[in-house]
Design a protein around this ligand. Sequence first.
Ligand code: XBP
Ligand code: MG
Length: 224
Amino acid sequence: MSIKALVFDVDGTLAETEELHRIAFNQAFEEAGLPWHWSSDLYEDLLKVTGGRERIHAHAEATAFQDIDAAGLHTRKTEIYNELIAAGSIAPRRGIETLISEGRSQGLRLAIATTTSRANVVGLFQATFGRELLSAFSSIRTGEDVTIKKPAPEVYLKVLRDLALAPNECLAFEDSFNGVTAAKTAGLRCVASPAKYTKADRLDQADHVVSCWREVRLDDFIAA
Ligand code: XBP
Ligand code: MG
């Protein structure tokens, strides 16, 4: 079956954003007077829990911290993240813009299936791809649209419903074990490429694994 749509994850797939998320979490903790600092090694481990609010909860539980205002901390973290991203230090991952434009010129539809919030997606596009590119996406589903985040398939199932396409007509792009699991559980085909924070993740459930998005040949999936 030939593919009709490309569905993109955001963090780690469109851009290496996780380091900025980590910095924003730490700044929010510091402002709140919490004695927490997430090192890169710890953050790599904490990424097993998808969703920033859920990650704060998980860390509070693991460190026996009670009465943590995870929602308040996460709201502030999102504000800080958007300030950082607007400063322009993030670039798209190599090859991803070409994939998006090739997909468009081949008449494929575009969608986003992410765990992060809509505000962060808009912020990233504004600072990197250009906000106007967002209107080329027929479906944008985020962590705010689901009751269970990745690795659950819900966000992908919502995208499939929006697009009114069958799972095997869609090709997902993911960078993490949780993301690939979500896409494959929803029945999509999936190409994976590890990001800096997911380089140790198992991605072997994906149909194809590449080290760089420039290695992807869309024609192989369009003809298949
Ligand atoms: C990304 C996430 C997100 C980000 C932070 O997963 O798990 O939680 O780390 O964003 P994926 P929020 O790339 O699989 O979507 O703080 O907004 O959750
Ligand atoms: Mg990701």
